[in-house]
Design a protein around this ligand. Structure first.
Ligand code: IPD
Ligand code: CA
Ligand code: CA
Length: 263
């Protein structure tokens, strides 16, 4: 069942990726609107979402959808499997012609994430996970190194960009992380940050104020690759709070200690 859903999600992500790629060199022609300060959307985000929901709902007409640009569809019955979709994660990069963005599709049923797909169409990198069956990058299995420590690590994050009431708190954490690691990156696509963490390219990630569509697929990828995902308090409400901390077990614990100390 999960394998069939994964195949459909991969098809949806690849279709949307092909669509997005057609616009990569033409971003100057795109109509860009602002949903709120510093939160942008283009026609391509919307077309990508229509493509994904079209493919998924054709295969699964009874499922529910929670997607960034069009909200909730077919919800109401809590027992229904729910697809959680970010049709273009990294829109600001996309608008600026920076090739760091992805499509993120997660599926939750029976209280658990079951399927996760993150697709980077520019680099043709497909990150996939199914619950209990591991995580993969282009069909190669991903395993997070359990021995990774904070010292010497490379950590990804997302800066606050539209709500600044927690900026001082964020900067205090950043200061600690900068001084205790090899470096910190702010690539601009939370979904890819998570996929890269599952792939061991990054050794951990934290960001406040994300949305479920940014992190649903990436959460399963990290868990299935052997990493730990919590909210920034160490709890399990990250899909609701959007405050996320993840990485290999030891790095996760060390980052959690920093966040607790700074708090
Ligand atoms: C954004 C990206 C970014 C993160 C923001 C997200 P969007 O998603 O993931 O890295 O810092 O919090 O909103 O708006 O490009 O889909
Ligand atoms: Ca996003
Ligand atoms: Ca988006």
């Amino acid at each position: 069942m999960n394998a069939a859903m994964l195949n459909t999600a991969v098809r949806a992500a690849r279709n949307a990726g092909n669509l997005i790629k057609r616009y990569v060199d033409r971003t100057d022609l795109l109509k860009v609107s602002q949903k709120q300060p510093n939160d942008f959307v283009t026609e391509v985000d919307k077309l990508s979402e229509q493509e994904i929901i079209g493919t998924l709902s054709e295969a699964y007409p009874d499922h529910a959808f929670y997607a960034e640009e069009s909200g909730q569809h077919n919800t109401g019955d809590e027992d229904r499997p729910m697809w959680i979709i970010d049709p273009l994660d990294g829109t600001t990069n996309f608008i600026h012609g920076i090739p760091q963005f992805a499509i993120s599709i997660g599926m939750q049923a029976a209280g658990h994430l079951q399927v996760g797909v993150i697709y980077d169409p520019v680099h043709d990198e497909l990150f996939t996970a199914t619950r209990g069956d591991g995580a993969k990058l282009n069909n190669r299995r991903l395993r997070i190194n359990p021995d990774t420590r904070l010292q010497g690590s490379l950590i990804a994050t997302g800066f606050p960009y539209y709500q600044y009431h927690y900026l001082d708190h964020y900067l205090a954490i950043l200061r600690e992380v900068i001084t205790k690691t090899s470096g910190v990156r702010r690539p601009g696509s939370a979904a890819l940050d998570l996929a890269y963490t599952a792939a061991g390219r990054f050794d951990g990630f934290w960001e406040f104020n994300l949305q479920a569509w940014d992190i649903a697929a990436g959460t399963l990828l990290i868990q299935e690759a052997g990493g730990i995902v919590t909210d920034t308090d160490g709890g399990h409400d990250y899909l609701k709070t959007g405050n996320m901390l993840c990485g290999p077990p030891r790095v996760h614990q060390e980052l959690l200690d920093i966040i607790r100390t700074v708090t």
